[in-house]
Design a binder for this molecule. Structure first.
Ligand code: FE2
Ligand code: FE2
Length: 348
């Protein structure tokens, strides 16, 4: 047998030894406790020659460059990123077994039709919310491990949302309904975003922030408790996605206040595109009014439309509050929220 020849590692650096992360009381080893030794040193700039090695590994200097384009801590990091990863795992649910499907009762046809129409629309948005972070994830340097794990959990959450809304549309005597090209143009303009920061701003803050309000509204006006439960579980997941957006943009803006202008321009460019290419889906507008009014009689639809208008006002107020929380001046926050609300009646 030939001898295994260990290379001379004199100039590579020293690996850690003797690290012992203890399990928490009854809770296993928590990611929040893993910022120890060299594994705990998150670089400001990820060195290109570390390939797919974990932070804290000692890497052969001849490792090929992978050139992950998102390689600055300020761009992706959030102070609470390890909390968010642990919360994401604790919050997982199963679209097969965690929804009391057996309790679903037949509904009046107009309410079932509206529910199926909303589910059809939700699925389009959920696909966008799955594909966009999946695309962004592959660009982030693995030295920002916690960010990778978080974005992977988001992709997993959105896959579950696609699944649960599909199942709801098929479960109760209806089926999948209409898709408007306007919604597809709107979502395409999000999926086409290439810059991590602009994409994350448009998705995590403006898109999912507004979508979360929509889910809360749908939970309120849902025609039955099983459907309400679905909207509630999806909203809880969205809360984490928005939470990441808020935390990491706050962090980024602290390191680079000039970013405000880039983000404003991203919102403006998308709004300009949407004004000429997209509009509200009439199918979705009608379905929302039917659910909010409790039926499809003209006076119910009229009452529903009034509630939806109220929802738009609340969405605007919440967006402004969130933008101010991230670090925008109030006037700028108002302008960005108006751009989003005025041009994106499709919510995302
Ligand atoms: Fe979602
Ligand atoms: Fe989401």
């Amino acid at each position: 047998m030939t001898e295994i020849k260990i290379p001379d590692t004199t100039n590579w650096g020293e690996p850690d030894w003797g690290i012992r992360v203890p399990p928490r009381d009854g809770g296993g080893i928590d990611l929040r406790d893993c910022f120890v030794g060299q594994a705990g040193e998150v670089p400001e700039d990820a060195p290109p020659h570390w390939g797919l090695a974990q932070r804290g590994s000692v890497v052969d200097p001849h490792t090929p460059h992978f050139d992950f384009p998102v390689n600055k801590k300020a761009v992706v990091w959030a102070e609470n990123i390890a909390d968010l990863v642990e919360q994401a795992k604790a919050g997982k649910w199963d679209a097969t077994t965690d929804i009391p499907w057996q309790d679903l009762k037949p509904l009046p046809e107009d309410l079932e039709r509206a529910t199926c129409q909303i589910c059809t629309f939700m699925i389009q948005n959920e696909y966008l919310a799955l594909y966009l972070p999946a695309k962004l994830l592959t660009r982030v340097d693995p030295r920002f491990t916690e960010v990778i794990l978080f974005l992977a959990s988001q992709v997993d959450d959105e896959a579950r949302h696609v699944e649960v809304f599909t199942k709801r549309a098929l479960a109760n005597g209806g089926g999948l309904q209409y898709v408007s090209a306007a919604t597809e143009w709107s979502l395409k303009s999000l999926l086409n975003q290439e810059d991590f920061t602009s994409a994350s701003f448009l998705l995590h803050i403006l898109g999912e922030g507004t979508f979360m309000e929509l889910l809360m509204f749908l939970e309120e006006v849902a025609p039955d408790p099983v459907t309400a439960q679905i909207f509630k579980l999806a909203r809880q997941d969205e809360g984490r996605h928005v939470g990441y957006g808020v935390s990491h943009l706050t962090y980024h803006l602290k390191h680079d206040p000039a970013l405000v202008l880039q983000l404003y321009q991203a919102a403006e460019a998308r709004a300009a595109f949407l004004r000429q290419a997209a509009g509200a889906s009439p199918f979705v507008q009608h379905a929302l009014a039917v659910l909010a009014g409790g039926g499809s009689a003209p006076e119910q639809v009229a009452e529903g439309r009034e509630r939806v208008r109220e929802l738009y006002r609340e969405m605007h107020a919440t967006r402004v509050k969130r933008l101010v929380q991230v670090g925008f001046q109030r006037g700028m926050a108002e302008r960005i929220s108006n751009l989003h609300g005025g041009a994106v009646p499709n919510f995302m």
